[in-house]
Design a protein around this ligand. Structure first.
Ligand code: ADP
Ligand code: ZN
Length: 434
């Protein structure tokens, strides 16, 4: 269902006008209240009155994650401290944590963004939504919680972890929608199988909203077969709001951006130039309704492609592709760019191995090496040496053809790679340890 059709299906021209109007207001608000923004704009020779609409966006300087660190904790607040009702923080995947302050209005906006996402996943007031994202500073738990509450669904605030108990509650309470990271969902699905819980008999999930980390189409298929439901992608980041910045509809063909609240751009990460829809680059967001800690042209370091073609669901909002990786995650191995998601795509498509994997990068005699550790399934683990060898060869060949480099494939016993309850750690890079 489309939660707010008057906005979600607005014609593109009216949306651009609305965005332009809100951008002008946001820039004036930032300039008046945040010394760092004022200094940056002065340095770039841009005054608030130079920003008249959305076409002027590219005149504005970028904001970087380092700005949030340098101004930690409250230097980027644009509203008075007394107006801030919530602090959320990044999970610290890439270093020192950062925090974001929300006013009452900012929380309400975020809640609506998630409600739209969940509504697109079919959630109504009749649903039972199990939130297995972590609760706390991380935006996943509270974000999903608020979105489901907005729709009037019954929320089970499980938080992450305690896998067997999650599944017991899922069965006993009759959960219909699951929200967590895709890597945790896989773990839940496999544990359900082991516990003998059958979809359609013991479990009654109809859909799930999975995000907070990159995942692949192959992983979606794996999840959908484990739970027999629709697995949808949801994207967000603390700096901008949290989950719900963009979300998939049932077409499963890109995530609609909540464009009345954020302006999305894709830029060339080297030159900073805006790129047209269809060309992959770095995602950049500008918030246009936030008051607490608005962000202007925030560089996410996430790589994706925009698609402005019409969507069969009726929503007019531009769509972003799956995130293929973060520029911070991109490994350069012997001069070749490698994203963990490319390797995931290969592994999940191969019979005999589970979707649990880790990449180990090292340097031996000044040459980079890549090892891919992947678990065999129980069946394959007890199979003959020659069939295990055949699996190893197949993985090696496919990685070579997809990524362009050769890797050492370590087939490890079932359950030997650490399971993730939140964001999975896919890469161990030992090159800087020498
Ligand atoms: P951290 O930077 O510590 O991971 P956040 O918890 O705010 O902080 O996570 C935001 C990041 O998580 C995004 O910038 C992106 O890299 C990743 N992310 C969030 N949702 C998705 C998604 N659906 N697909 C891929 N990556 C995602
Ligand atoms: Zn759609």
């Amino acid at each position: 269902m489309i939660y707010q059709p008057e906005i979600e299906c607005m014609d593109r021209e009216s949306m651009r006008e609305l965005q332009g109007k809100r951008l002008v207001e946001t820039v004036a608000w930032e300039y008046a209240n945040v010394p760092l923004y004022r200094a940056r704009m002065d340095e770039a020779g841009v005054k608030p009155q130079d920003i008249k609409g959305i076409d002027d966006l590219s005149k504005l300087p970028f904001t970087e994650k380092t700005d949030l660190r340098d101004e930690f904790p409250f230097g980027l607040l644009a509203a008075p401290r007394s107006e801030i009702v919530r602090i959320q923080g990044s999970s610290g995947t890439t270093g020192h944590p950062i925090v974001a302050g929300y006013t009452r209005g900012d929380v309400a906006v975020w809640q609506q963004m998630v409600a739209r996402a969940m509504s697109a996943a079919g959630v109504t007031k009749d649903d039972i939504v199990q939130v297995a994202y972590g609760y706390g500073l991380f935006t996943g738990g509270l974000g999903a919680h608020q979105g489901a509450t907005e729709l009037g669904a019954m929320v089970i605030p499980m938080s992450a972890g305690n896998t067997q108990r999650q599944l017991m509650m899922m069965k006993e309470l009759g959960t219909t929608v699951l929200c967590c990271t895709p890597s945790y969902a896989i773990y839940l699905g496999e544990t359900a199988r082991e516990m003998g819980l059958k979809p359609g008999v013991d479990l009654h999930l109809k859909s799930g909203c999975f995000g907070a980390e990159p995942w692949t189409e192959e992983m979606r298929q794996k999840l959908e077969s484990l739970f027999e439901f629709d697995a949808l992608d949801i994207y967000g980041l603390t700096e901008i709001a949290g989950p719900g910045v963009a979300f998939e509809c049932m077409e499963k063909h890109g995530m609609h951006v909540n464009e009345d609240h954020v302006i999305v751009e894709v830029i060339d990460p080297k030159t900073g130039e805006q790129l047209p829809a269809g060309t992959p680059g770095e995602l950049v967001f500008t918030t246009i309704t936030k008051k607490g800690q608005p962000m202007i042209r925030y560089r996410t370091h996430d790589i994706c492609t925009l698609d402005d073609s019409p969507c069969a669901c009726g929503r007019s909002a531009i769509r972003m592709s799956r995130i293929t990786g973060r520029t911070d995650d991109m490994l350069v191995i012997r001069g070749v760019n490698v994203f963990p998601s490319q390797i995931e795509g290969v592994l999940v498509g191969i019979e005999g191995v589970s979707p649990h994997y880790q990449l180990e990068v090292d340097r031996v005699n000044s040459t980079d090496t890549l090892a891919v550790n992947v678990e065999l399934t129980e069946d394959m683990f007890s199979d003959t040496v020659s069939s295990v060898e055949a699996v190893r060869r197949k993985i090696a060949e496919q990685i070579k053809s997809v990524v362009g480099i050769s890797a050492k494939i370590n087939l490890v016993p079932p359950k030997s790679i650490p399971r993730s309850e939140g964001k999975a750690k896919r890469v161990i890079d030992k090159r800087n340890l020498h």
